[in-house]
Ligand binder design. Structure first.
Ligand SMILES: Nc1ncnc2c1ncn2[C@@H]1O[C@H](COP(=O)(O)OP(=O)(O)O)[C@@H](O)[C@H]1O
Ligand SMILES: [Mg+2]
Length: 313
C-alpha cells in the first residue's frame, strides 16, 4: 500500500467523444480536508463516482487507501462513506428507520448497531427528532442525517458531493464544524462544492474547470499566487454602467461583481485608481468607495477561470 489516502493518476472519464474528467492527478493524505471546487459541469461528481467505485475510469488510475477502484471496488466501498449530491435518504421513513436501513446496507455488525445509531443521532443532533418523518426535516437536518448515514460503518475516508448545496448558511457552518471534527479524528474528507468561499474550510483545494485541475494548493498559497495584480474594491452608484465604462482600459484587468460592489484587478494601485476616478467622473458615475483589498479565494478562482476561458475562446 502507498502512503496516500486517495490518489489519482491521469484519471480520465469520457462519455462517448466528450471528456468529462481529463487527466486528473491528485494525492490526498490521511486526515486532510480536501476541497474539490469548480462550477457546474466541471467534472466533480464524475471524479467522485469513480473514486467510490461507482463508475469505471476510461483510463488512468484511482486508488483509495492504496486499493485500485477498478480492481477492488468492493474493498474500496468498505473503506469509504459516500454522500451523493442528492442525499439519497428515504423521505417516507423516519430518521431512525433511515439509520437502520443504511446500517444494514453498509453491513454494520448487529451487535454494534445500537452504539453506532446513538453516535450518529448525537453527532447530527437528531436525538429528539429520531421519530420524525424524514420528508418533514429542513435541508440542514436532512444534510446531517445523510452525513450520519454515510458514516455508520465508521469509514476512514469520506466522499461528500456538494453536501452543503441548498442548505442555509447557519446549517452550512454547523456542517463544516462536523467535518473539521471528523478530520481531527484522522478521517480523510474529500468534499466538493461550488461555493467558492467554502474553500477556506479546507486544508487544500483543487479547482476544476472543464474536467481539468487548473489550480491546486492550500488556500493561502492560491491567494498569494494572485499577488501579481492589485485588487481594488469599487462601489459606485451604477455598478453595471461602471463595468461597461472600465472595459478594455489599459492597466485595468478583470472587473467582477461581488455583492453590491465590484472587484477590479489593476496592474498598479496609484495609476489604476487615478484612471478609474477620471473615467467614472467623465461618465458621471459617483464613486462611493475605492480602496485596495486583499484577494479572497473567490477572486482567485474567478481570475483563474476567466484566464482559462480566454485561452479556449
Ligand atoms: N452519464 C453521463 N453521460 C454523458 N455525460 C455526462 C454523464 N455524466 C456527466 N456527464 C457530463 O460530464 C460533465 C461533468 O459532469 P459532473 O461530473 O456531474 O460535473 P459537476 O459535478 O462538476 O457539476 C457535464 O458536462 C455532464 O453533463
Ligand atoms: Mg456534481
Amino acid at each position: 500500500m502507498n502512503g496516500w489516502a486517495v490518489e489519482t493518476k491521469a484519471l480520465v472519464k469520457a462519455f462517448g467523444p466528450f471528456v468529462a474528467v481529463d487527466h486528473v492527478s491528485l494525492q490526498i493524505r490521511k486526515g486532510e480536508i480536501f476541497g474539490f471546487l469548480g462550477p457546474n459541469g466541471a467534472g466533480k461528481s464524475t471524479t467522485i463516482r469513480m473514486l467510490c467505485g461507482l463508475l469505471t475510469p476510461t483510463s488512468g488510475q484511482a486508488l483509495v487507501k492504496g486499493l485500485d477502484v477498478a480492481v477492488e471496488p468492493e474493498a474500496v466501498r468498505r473503506n469509504i462513506g459516500y454522500m451523493s449530491q442528492k442525499f439519497s435518504l428515504y423521505d417516507d421513513l423516519t430518521v431512525e428507520q433511515n439509520i437502520d436501513f443504511f446500517a444494514g446496507m453498509y453491513g454494520v455488525p448487529r451487535e454494534s448497531r445500537p452504539a453506532r445509531k446513538q453516535y450518529v443521532l448525537e453527532m447530527a443532533n437528531l436525538t429528539e427528532r429520531r421519530s420524525a418523518i424524514t420528508a418533514t426535516l429542513s435541508g440542514g437536518w436532512k444534510q446531517r442525517l445523510a452525513l450520519g448515514c454515510a458514516i455508520l460503518h465508521d469509514p476512514p475516508i469520506l466522499f461528500l458531493d456538494e453536501p452543503t448545496s441548498g442548505v442555509d448558511p447557519i446549517a452550512r457552518g454547523a456542517f463544516w464544524d462536523l467535518i473539521r471534527e471528523m478530520a481531527r479524528t484522522d478521517h480523510t474528507i474529500f468534499v466538493s462544492t461550488h461555493y467558492m468561499d467554502e474553500a477556506e474550510n479546507c486544508h487544500r483545494v483543487a479547482l476544476m474547470h472543464q474536467g481539468r485541475v487548473i489550480a491546486l494548493g492550500a488556500p493561502a498559497e492560491l491567494r498569494a499566487g494572485l499577488s501579481t495584480h492589485t485588487l481594488l474594491q469599487l462601489d459606485t452608484s451604477a455598478p453595471l454602467d461602471t463595468m461597461r465604462a472600465l472595459e478594455n482600459m489599459p492597466g485595468i484587468g478583470d472587473v467582477a461583481v461581488f455583492g453590491c460592489g465590484l472587484h477590479v484587478a489593476v496592474d498598479d494601485r496609484e495609476n489604476g485608481m487615478k484612471s478609474i476616478r477620471a473615467r467614472l467622473a467623465a461618465e458621471g458615475i459617483e464613486i462611493l468607495r475605492l480602496e485596495k483589498i486583499l484577494p479572497s479565494l473567490e477572486d482567485v478562482f474567478v481570475a483563474l477561470i476567466e484566464a482559462e476561458e480566454k485561452k479556449t475562446a
